[in-house]
Ligand binder design. Structure first.
Ligand SMILES: [Fe+2]
Length: 285
């Protein structure tokens, strides 16, 4: 078929219009739609060291809310309602509560909302780089304290009671804190199932050689934007090896990386929905 000059111009213009339309949709989708499409990622953790008492125990992890950067208190309130519907036994927050502690106004409602989170065995958290950044260290701690969250900063606690328990540990932020894994794990009873919270996932390359069974991390935001066939657009330092999901490493060490809730730097998410994770513990004892 002979293509006349006129047809050629018409086709070219139609193609350009379609591309612009697609890009406009892509932009609208990544900017306004996907960041609100919360997903729940469910995992089962089966282990011989999990006491029978904790069979079916539900651990919920959420991470990287970055409140204040295109994530407002109304969004956080909706998240809290969804988390509470899960009726988790333990709630863990793995860092980056607000995006910029030095510019955020910290309205009292932030505490009122976080306080509503409920878990039978408590709520624990660790520092992320954005919490320490902008002189946020004390302020974020105050907010989390008042919201009923207990900080694990290079320390651990035993969840349960004397006869049946597992260790929950947390290290300080890798980038801006003073992480000390040896101190964190000091006196963890031998043979105790050990769950470790670390904001930045890539330290798993080193931490897999320690007596830890599971590492829970965030920080990566799952890359925030994934380009088909090209992969992740942005992976921050210390989240370049491990970006999202489950990574079984050596010696039975398992790493789980959450894509997190909010965004930072750019308010977009594409092929990288926000998520929180629910882990069901399976005892094989
Ligand atoms: Fe973050």
């Amino acid at each position: 078929m002979k293509i006349t000059r006129r047809t050629f111009i018409k086709r070219t213009l139609a193609g350009a219009a379609a591309l612009i339309g697609l890009n406009a949709f892509g932009y609208t989708y990544a900017r306004y739609m996907e960041p609100n499409m919360l997903a729940i990622r469910r995992h089962e953790i089966e282990h011989g060291k999990i006491p029978r008492h904790f069979h079916n125990f539900k651990v919920l992890q959420f991470s990287d809310t970055h409140v204040g950067f295109h994530y407002e208190l109304d969004d956080l309130e909706r998240l809290v309602e969804k988390i509470n519907k899960e009726q988790a036994d333990l709630i863990l927050f793995t860092g980056d509560l607000v995006d910029e502690p030095h510019t955020y106004s910290f309205p009292p409602r932030l505490i009122q909302i976080l306080k509503k989170l409920e878990a039978k065995h408590g709520k624990y958290w660790i520092y992320g780089n954005h919490d320490h950044g902008g002189y946020g260290t004390e302020k974020i701690r105050e907010v989390m304290d008042q919201s009923g969250f207990q900080l694990l900063q290079n320390e651990h606690t035993l969840i349960g009671n004397g006869s049946a328990s597992f260790a929950l540990a947390g290290v300080d932020d890798i980038m801006l804190g003073q992480p000390d894994l040896e101190r964190t794990l000091e006196n963890v009873p031998v043979d105790s199932f050990t769950l470790l919270m670390v904001h930045e996932p890539d330290v798993a390359l080193e931490y897999q050689h320690y007596p830890v069974d599971v590492q829970l991390s965030g920080h990566s935001h799952g890359g925030q934007v994934q380009v088909p066939f090209l992969g992740y657009l942005v992976t921050p330092p210390f989240a370049e090896h491990f970006v999202e999901g489950h990574y079984p490493l050596v010696n039975g060490f398992n790493l789980y990386v959450s894509r997190g809730i909010g965004t930072t730097r750019l308010p977009y998410r594409f092929m990288c929905r926000p998520e929180f994770s629910v882990f069901r513990l399976i005892s094989t004892q």
